[in-house]
Design a protein. Structure first.
Length: 485
């Protein structure tokens, strides 16, 4: 990828973390060139990209400065904690997901990586092998907590990363969502308060709605992640039973918490005796050479329930996940026995066969590289074709890009207009019980950029431009209709 992209990413992180504040003058082109070792033209290109995204402004004979009003549109300006006693999001999420089922759709709103990136032939061979050799005792062998060999393989994989998890605390589930739902159920009852990020994965909001739980949405920054000061205030003011969040490649923002913040988070929840439900489905999708660790590595009390699956890293259709449930493992097994009884025996055996015989690490290495390439390419195209005033956030790892439109533009309007052009997006409304992210949207960058997808990005830029014109016209009418004194 072009060298200027790394400089753009670096400066965006510095601006968002406060190294460069609103109105600060950036280093001159020459000084930045000397410091970074990049050519003057490369530095100029990076500054121009930042300007097109609204991060900096150029001034004659004065160089580039951080946009003075940048802070006014940052998520951390929102209320620290939002209370929602009745979560009501499922109907809207269902509408968006149903609209994306059209086979002719360019699916920027899709939640999974491009299926062509999965090793389908190898996985299918393992599935056929499992079906041929399915033992008579398979039903009993795969009852909760699940296939013993598969649980042992998972525990060994965690051990190689320095995370000590016993096979005995791992419960195999029907996908990560069942793992997350079971985790909620073992530590809450209807009417309890649960902390979620703002914005958060829409599946978390659906689960709270289904279980009759109340949401405390805690302010979350696009770079730094969840606001721990705001979280502690929420824990002090409410009887919180659980905290559901992602510490690695968060959906939808894409950030990863620092190791120091992960430890602080673990310590904070322990002080208030609040269970942590850690959704780590994107943990394997780090940028090559930069592995990430879960909060679970700091857990000494068994209070963290670490949930993950193979759906984002190996194959989505198998619906196999797991939870390292800590001190709640036995209780969770009993709960699973009453709900789904057991996870599919053939699928558990197929994954055990694949992980035992095939080189999963080689596949992951190729997958990470391809996702990184495609996301950088899409970021370049979005920067080129989306109108000025749109803010694009693309983090290291994962495959989502977060897009902030100018305030006043409703991404639901963009969604409806895009669907008519066979383009799907994930509107910001899906990820919050507040109105704070109605001007945002999440895009999936895992698909190959062919002529069709490039044209879809161009069309999306045109739709956003039209929405901006309509919004400007409305604002002008409102100003004209103001009473004159």
């Amino acid at each position: 990828m072009a060298k200027y992209e790394d400089l753009v990413y670096q400066l965006k992180r510095q601006i968002k973390s406060g190294v460069w504040r609103a109105g600060d003058k950036l280093p001159s082109l020459r000084k930045q060139s000397e410091h970074s070792g990049l050519s003057l033209m490369t530095v100029l290109h990076a500054y121009q990209v930042l300007e097109s995204q609204g991060y900096v402004v150029s001034q004659a004979r004065s160089g580039y400065r951080v946009t003075p009003e940048l802070k006014e549109t940052e998520p951390h300006r929102h209320i620290a904690v939002s209370l929602t006693e009745k979560v009501d999001i499922n109907d809207f999420v269902f509408e968006v997901l149903q609209a994306g089922r059209n086979p002719y759709m360019v699916n920027f709103g899709f939640a999974y990586p491009d299926p062509s990136l999965y090793p389908r032939q190898q996985v299918n061979r393992s599935l056929m092998s499992a079906a041929r050799n399915l033992p008579i005792s398979s039903t009993f062998d795969n009852l909760p907590p699940g296939n013993e060999e598969l649980r042992t393989i998972l525990a060994k994989r965690y051990a190689t990363k320095g995370v000590n998890i016993s096979p005995e605390e791992i419960v195999i589930t029907a996908g990560a969502l069942e793992a997350l739902n079971l985790s909620l159920q073992v530590c809450t009852k209807p009417g309890d308060w649960v902390v979620v990020e703002s914005p958060t994965f829409y599946g978390a909001l659906q689960s709270l709605e289904r279980l009759g739980l109340k949401a405390l949405s805690v302010r979350t920054d696009t770079i730094a992640g969840i606001d721990l000061d705001a979280l502690e205030k929420a824990l002090q003011s409410h009887d919180v039973k659980a905290c559901w969040l992602m510490s690695n490649h968060q959906n939808p923002l894409g950030f990863t918490l620092t190791l120091e913040k992960k430890q602080s988070l673990n310590d904070l929840l322990n002080r208030y005796n609040v269970a942590l439900i850690e959704d780590d489905v994107y943990g394997e999708l780090y940028q090559e050479g930069s592995p990430v660790m879960p909060v679970k590595q700091f857990d000494q009390t068994g209070n963290v329930m670490l949930c993950s699956s193979f759906s984002k890293s190996l194959v989505s259709g198998f619906r196999i996940g797991w939870v390292a449930a800590g001190k709640r493992a036995l209780e969770m097994q009993k709960l699973q026995l009453m709900s789904t009884l057991a996870t599919s025996a053939p699928i558990q055996l197929a994954l055990t066969d694949y992980l035992s015989k095939c080189n999963y690490e080689t596949h992951l290495k190729q997958l990470r590289k391809k996702l990184h390439e495609r996301k950088r390419q899409m970021e370049c195209l979005l920067t080129k074709y989306l109108p000025s005033g749109v803010n694009i956030t693309s983090q290291q790892g994962g495959y989502f890009i977060w897009v902030e439109l100018p305030l006043g533009i409703d991404s639901v309007d963009v969604f409806h207009a895009a669907i008519k052009q066979n383009i799907s997006i994930a509107p910001g409304k899906m990820f919050s019980v507040t109105e704070h992210y109605n001007h945002c949207m999440r895009l999936n960058a895992s698909f190959a950029l062919n002529d069709k997808t490039v044209q879809a990005i161009i069309t999306l830029g045109q739709i956003i431009s039209e929405c901006m014109v309509v919004n400007a016209s409305k604002n002008e009418q409102l100003r004209n209709n103001e009473p004159k004194f």
